[in-house]
Ligand binder design. Structure first.
Ligand SMILES: Nc1ncnc2c1ncn2[C@@H]1O[C@H](COP(=O)(O)OP(=O)(O)OP(=O)(O)O)[C@@H](O)[C@H]1O
Ligand SMILES: [Mg+2]
Length: 257
């Protein structure tokens, strides 16, 4: 038998539409994320990238369309039925939110504790392992307030990855970080994906990150996926809309006043 699972989609969005307030944010998003790939999503601020991730997580329901995780359409599932699927997905939120009243070790352990049926010794060894992967060995006892921005992101990454999700969603993992720290986060995302055999969806403004981490890049534009392809094809695209975004060129309609 030919095993084609390496290329089968793990996530599939079909005609996803979503209105929030008076604004139609998603206007028919079609996107397939293949098992094992790093899919980067780029697009303008306020364009609906975080909203899109929330649909993949099942935290938001579309007004129309389908959101598939493997062979299940999340739109048809109850909150209760979503619970086991959410355990297969890790999320690095845009603000990296750590719990300030918990130590680094307790933060990283959180998803395992929530899951239950894991004993303390196992939890300790998993936390040690996760902190090693993110290059923060022996930092269990620190408090979030004692960490730099880049360290906080890495702790949040360890927390998101500790339960070894099949799918990892990253919302702006490098925003607010200097180029050197961003580079270490980029490398870490690639390494985590390989070591834990994960599929990743990475939302970013950072074209350096997109190029380094992405197996493919998709651009969200006016509520739809405007282009999807290998990084070079997207980055070197001569399409004026893609070209302007990738190269950070504004046009008259971008004027603030
Ligand atoms: N819960 C909500 N209720 C109402 N409007 C919302 C909600 N969440 C998002 N929006 C709106 O949807 C639009 C898209 O927001 P979203 O956060 O997805 O943008 P984004 O592409 O992630 O932007 P950024 O790059 O700045 O993070 C925005 O206009 C935002 O105001
Ligand atoms: Mg966002």
């Amino acid at each position: 038998m030919i095993d084609s699972s390496a290329n089968s989609p793990i996530v599939r969005l079909v005609g996803v539409e979503k209105k929030l307030g008076r604004q139609k944010v998603l206007k028919g998003v079609n996107l397939e994320v293949r098992a094992g790939e790093n899919m980067v999503i780029i697009g303008r601020s306020g364009g609906g990238k975080s909203v899109l991730l929330k649909h993949i997580l099942g935290l938001m329901q579309p007004d129309a369309g389908e959101v598939w995780f493997r062979d299940q359409n999340l739109v048809k599932l109850s909150e209760e039925q979503l619970v086991p699927l959410r355990k297969e997905t890790g999320m690095l939120f845009q603000n990296g939110a750590l719990f300030d009243s918990l130590t680094v070790g307790e933060n990283v352990a959180f998803p395992l504790r929530e899951r239950g049926n894991v004993n303390d010794a196992e939890i300790r060894s998993e936390v040690t392992r996760a902190l090693k992967i993110v290059d923060l060995p022996n930092q269990e006892h620190k408090w979030p307030s004692e960490l730099s921005g880049g360290m906080r992101k890495r702790v949040a990454l360890a927390r998101a990855a500790i339960a070894r999700p099949a799918l990892m969603l990253y919302d702006e993992p490098t925003s607010g970080l200097d180029p050197v720290v961003s580079d270490s986060i980029n490398k870490l995302m690639v390494r985590l994906g390989e070591e834990l055999n994960m599929t990743s969806v990475i939302v970013t403004h950072d074209m350096v990150s997109a190029r380094e981490v992405g197996d493919r890049i998709a651009m969200l534009y006016e509520g739809k996926i405007y282009i999807v392809g290998e990084p070079r094809d997207v980055i070197e695209s001569q399409d004026p809309i893609v070209h302007r975004f990738v190269n950070g060129i504004s046009d008259a309609s971008d004027a603030i006043f």
